[in-house]
Ligand binder design. Structure first.
Ligand SMILES: Nc1ncnc2c1ncn2[C@@H]1O[C@H](COP(=O)(O)OP(=O)(O)OP(=O)(O)O)[C@@H](O)[C@H]1O
Ligand SMILES: [Mg+2]
Length: 243
């Protein structure tokens, strides 16, 4: 997918968070968003997902400008799959019911069709055995995989993932990362915020480095990691890759 950002402005709680963020048009199937804490990664992802209307500037996805009015933003959210660090699922509903909800309630799909689709998605990712469990009966990794499936079941135009593995232990994180890799390989465009730099390097084709509300560096992932251009980026990569 193509992403372009023009002079994006956003304030929160009386503070300027994004002050003229800019990115020329770049194409990728998987974008990795990396950078120091507080740099604006989650904020940008929320703007792209239509959750946070910016105060100025524009974001273009596939050369189409993100809308500003609430009604069109709602449409935009329906076409986007989003998964955050945790608390993604409705805790009183089973995995299966969590998938049914966006299909029947948001998309208005007939129940039988939605049931077949939900089950097929759980099977595709080897989670059919857990279909009738509630989130608290699933491991953290299983919950995140169900959350990703729920985001995919609506066939979104892109999948936005904000540190989907950061609340998980390494084994669970690995399962979720494998699933993300599979989703990306099957062609769903992904924008991934992560601190797993080795993973970002392996799966993404374009990397954006965010710091202080700006995209200070971006490029094809291999070149980005081999030859970071700015001192700030070099230092960040050195520090985090060593962990
Ligand atoms: N609701 C809010 N009100 C005020 N300031 C906020 C709000 N949400 C975020 N911020 C500030 O905006 C800046 C960017 O935050 P953001 O969450 O986008 O960073 P991030 O890059 O995702 O960081 P992390 O890696 O820690 O998740 C931070 O300085 C943060 O304190
Ligand atoms: Mg964040």
């Amino acid at each position: 997918m193509d992403l372009e950002i023009r002079d994006l402005q956003l304030g929160l709680g009386g503070k300027d968070i994004l002050q003229g963020m800019t990115l020329p048009q770049v194409s990728a199937n998987v974008f990795a968003l990396i950078g120091p804490s507080g740099g604006g990664k989650s904020t940008l992802l929320r703007v792209i997902g239509g959750l946070l209307p910016p105060d100025g500037g524009e974001v273009l996805l596939n050369r189409e400008r993100l809308p500003e009015d609430e009604k069109s933003l709602r449409q935009c959210r329906r076409k986007t799959g989003m998964v955050f660090q945790n608390w993604n699922l409705f805790h009183h509903l089973t995995a299966f019911e969590n998938l049914m909800l966006p299909l029947t309630q948001v998309q208005g799909m007939p129940v039988e069709e939605a049931e077949a689709k939900s089950m097929a998605c759980l099977e595709r990712f080897q989670l059919a055995d857990h279909a009738h469990k509630k989130p608290h009966q699933l491991s953290g990794g299983q919950q995140q995989r169900v959350a990703i499936i729920r985001a995919l079941v609506i066939e979104p135009r892109c999948l936005l993932l904000d540190e989907p593995t950061s609340a998980l232990d390494p084994e669970m994180a690995a399962q979720v990362l494998e699933m993300i890799e599979e989703v990306a390989a099957q062609g769903t465009p992904v924008m991934l915020v992560t601190h797993h730099l080795a993973f970002a390097r392996r799966v993404s084709d374009t990397t954006l480095f965010l710091a202080e509300g700006q995209i200070t560096e971006h490029g094809p992932t291999s070149a980005f990691f081999e030859r970071p251009q700015t001192e700030a980026c070099r230092r960040f990569l050195d520090r985090v890759m060593r962990m």
